[in-house]
Design a protein around this ligand. Structure first.
Ligand code: PEP
Ligand code: MN
Length: 351
């Protein structure tokens, strides 16, 4: 849609119409009392909206169609989708439109013994999927980067432990893929490929991961709007892979004073995303708050808001963890959270 300024001349209007027509589209000109609006009819991908916006007399030039058609609830009927809720199936786990699926485990895989013990304990607590980072995204190059930093051999060993722990305790496993060079290696070992918040905007990584044809967990960047999260998940869907799990993990806090939490958990994102797309959405209360004492309440709130699952960092002894100890819950705490969330889910469904 091209909105002309109130002082746009007939010549300005005709120039825009001409440019639209040269791109092979039709221009629908609507003249109001104060301004003229021009609607292009046809394949909008052929139009350079940024260029149209610079033409004389143009106030605004924007795409009318949603940038995330393939995953949109509204457009679902044009793409053969049921349009209700998508369930992403990972082995015996069904994520979406059912009981909340709990993904739990350490921030980072640190040793075989650590992972095996955590695997056993989170399974007993009621978790469905085991997580563990092999390639950690860190702000400082001087901090622990995950065992994947030790080269392919170190990465492969840690991925192998993750696979073993998942098989031993009958849980699918998920780990983060931090770059394109790691995609194939990670795909050999895990059931869900996780794209971290910092990489949400990396469209080449999104495409490479999508092509593995495995479920993808895409986290919202901490500075991204919901529209951007949905638009970038469209890169995965455009590769023919719609097994996408979206994850709200907190956005950058505002103001100058203390925020008291690591990020600001945007729980309204859950019903908003459900309204926009049929894809499932989960919430990560661990990275969003950074605080163990808030995981219970934020998990409950997320489930009450309709989250299809939770990703929670857990450790038998959080003080031992090399990364993110302050936000980790113990397996006993995890069990309490899971039970409360199950009860809440039943209640939320009933109402
Ligand atoms: C993680 O889940 O391990 C992680 C680093 O989270 P995020 O990408 O949301 O910061
Ligand atoms: Mn972490």
């Amino acid at each position: 849609m091209i909105i002309m300024r109130t002082d746009a001349t007939e010549e300005d209007i005709q120039r825009v119409v001409g440019e639209i027509e040269r791109s092979g589209l039709r221009a629908d000109v609507s003249r109001g009392e104060f301004m003229t609006v021009i609607g292009p009819v046809g394949d909008e991908r052929r139009l350079a909206f940024d260029h149209l916006a610079t033409l004389p007399g143009v106030k605004e030039a924007n795409m009318v169609e949603t940038p995330y058609k393939l995953i949109s609830r509204e457009y679902a009927r044009f793409f053969g989708e049921p349009g209700a809720h998508k369930t992403v199936t990972i082995g015996d786990v069904h994520l979406g439109n059912g009981e909340p699926v709990i993904i739990a485990g350490p921030c980072a895989v640190e040793s075989r013994a650590q992972l095996m013990r955590i695997g056993e304990e989170v399974k007993r607590a009621g978790a469905h999927v085991l997580r563990g980072g092999v390639f950690k995204p860190r702000s400082s190059v001087h901090s622990f980067q995950g065992l994947g930093a030790a080269g392919t051999e170190g990465a492969e060993e840690a991925l192998h432990w993750l696979r073993q722990a998942g098989d031993e305790y009958d849980m699918p496993v998920v780990t983060e893929v931090r770059g394109e060079s790691m995609v194939e290696l990670v795909a050999r070992y895990v059931d869900i490929m996780h794209i971290g918040a910092r990489n949400m905007y990396d469209q080449d990584l999104l495409v490479a991961v999508a092509r593995q044809q495995k479920p993808v967990l895409l986290k919202r960047h901490f500075g991204a709007s919901i529209e951007e999260l949905l638009s970038f998940s469209e890169y995965i869907a455009a590769e023919g892979n719609k097994d996408i799990i979206l994850c709200e993990r907190g956005i950058v806090p505002m103001g100058k004073g203390r925020s008291f939490t690591r990020y600001t958990l945007d729980l309204a994102a859950v019903p908003v995303i459900h309204n926009e797309t049929y894809l499932p959405v989960i919430v990560d209360p661990s990275h969003s708050t950074g605080r163990r004492d808030l995981i219970f309440s934020m998990s409950c709130a997320a489930v009450a808001a309709g989250a299809d699952g939770l990703m929670i960092e857990a450790h038998y002894d959080p003080s031992e963890a090399l990364v993110d100890g302050p936000q980790m819950v113990t397996p006993d705490e995890l069990e309490e959270i899971i039970q409360a969330c199950r009860r809440l889910h039943v209640l939320a469904k009933r109402t």
